[in-house]
Ligand binder design. Structure first.
Ligand SMILES: NC(=O)c1ccc[n+]([C@@H]2O[C@H](COP(=O)([O-])OP(=O)(O)OC[C@H]3O[C@@H](n4cnc5c(N)ncnc54)[C@H](OP(=O)(O)O)[C@@H]3O)[C@@H](O)[C@H]2O)c1
Length: 270
């Protein structure tokens, strides 16, 4: 039975991804900071998936040393889901350096470190016929300028490009290894990330245009993502609205896009 390591697997999209992989018979390792929450999630999932192994690891991935500790303890995985991420709204130049660097470490450096480590391990092994690889959780925020998102939208742009490049390199050099690297780019998802007191304007908009499924459930996002991964897709953008928006935004002048995003985001930061 295959093994999936999911960072940020205790709740939200990460937990929903764990369910999707458990349904397909995989064992899962869930990594996050809050041990109690991890234990609760493990208990809840184990009740339903009695015969599979669910391991938990309390770790803070903004701390560089913890990346090594994690890979030493779990030195192989069939699928890595780089999902843990953080956001901080405000003006980039006013953001405390400590927060800026923490954001870059969690959203960019940790996924790169873990991705590179596990891909090398996957390449050492023979292809057994089942798809292996990485899902990097990026965001639609990485597709266009996003003033007031500090490190967030640049980090998601980076992750999307990193996935795309790594996927191509593997296909060119190790075509027969059955390894896929996919970028998952969700729009708004109903999790603690967008939780109480946060993103109020965005949520108002989502309610007004509810029929467009602007605020997606983590279950829907995870189900779409895992299906797309096994189809061997390069990028998964759940929801028709966000798929269309991704195409349309290419025709907008960059500065107009930045202005629209700024107007939308400025209310979130007041
Ligand atoms: N929700 C959205 O609208 C949305 C849209 C696009 C992309 N995304 C992306 O989706 C990913 C998951 O977000 P979500 O909405 O599912 O958020 P969530 O419900 O808040 O879950 C975040 C997960 O990451 C863990 N985490 C946070 N900081 C961590 C750290 N320093 N070290 C280790 N684990 C950490 C959290 O557990 P602990 O707090 O216990 O550490 C939790 O398990 C993020 O990368 C986010 O950028 C979200």
């Amino acid at each position: 039975m295959g093994k999936v390591l999911i960072t940020g697997g205790s709740k939200g999209i990460g937990k929903a991804m764990a369910v999707e992989f458990l349904k397909r018979g995989y064992n899962v390792i869930l990594a996050a900071r809050n041990k109690q929450e991890l234990e609760n999630t493990k208990r809840e999932l184990q009740e339903k998936y009695k015969n599979q192994i669910i391991e938990i690891e309390a770790t803070d991935l903004t701390v560089e040393e913890n990346w090594n500790i994690l890979t030493e303890k779990y030195n192989e995985t069939d699928i890595l889901v780089n999902n843990a991420g953080m956001v901080k709204l405000g003006r980039s130049y006013e953001t405390e350096n400590k927060i800026l660097l923490e954001g870059i470490r969690l959203n960019v450096e940790a996924p790169c470190f873990l991705g590179n480590y596990y891909v090398k391990k996957m390449l050492e092994k023979e292809n057994t016929g089942s798809i292996r690889g990485i899902i990097n959780v990026s965001s639609v925020a990485g597709f266009f300028p996003h003033p007031l998102s500090t490190f967030y939208s640049p980090s998601k742009f980076f992750l999307d490009q990193y996935s795309c490049n790594m996927r191509y390199e593997i296909r060119r050099n190790h075509k027969n290894k059955g390894i896929n690297v996919m970028s998952l780019c969700p729009g708004a998802v109903d999790t603690e990330f967008t939780g109480r007191g946060k993103f109020l304007e965005m949520k108002k908009l989502c309610r007004e245009f509810n029929f467009l499924n602007l605020m997606m459930s983590p279950k829907y996002v995870a189900r779409t993502a895992v299906k797309d991964f096994f189809k061997g897709k390069k990028r998964s953008v759940p929801g028709i609205f966000y798929k269309t928006a991704r195409v349309l935004v290419r025709f907008l002048p960059e500065q107009l896009c930045a202005k629209l995003m700024y107007e939308g985001m400025v209310k979130e930061t007041e």
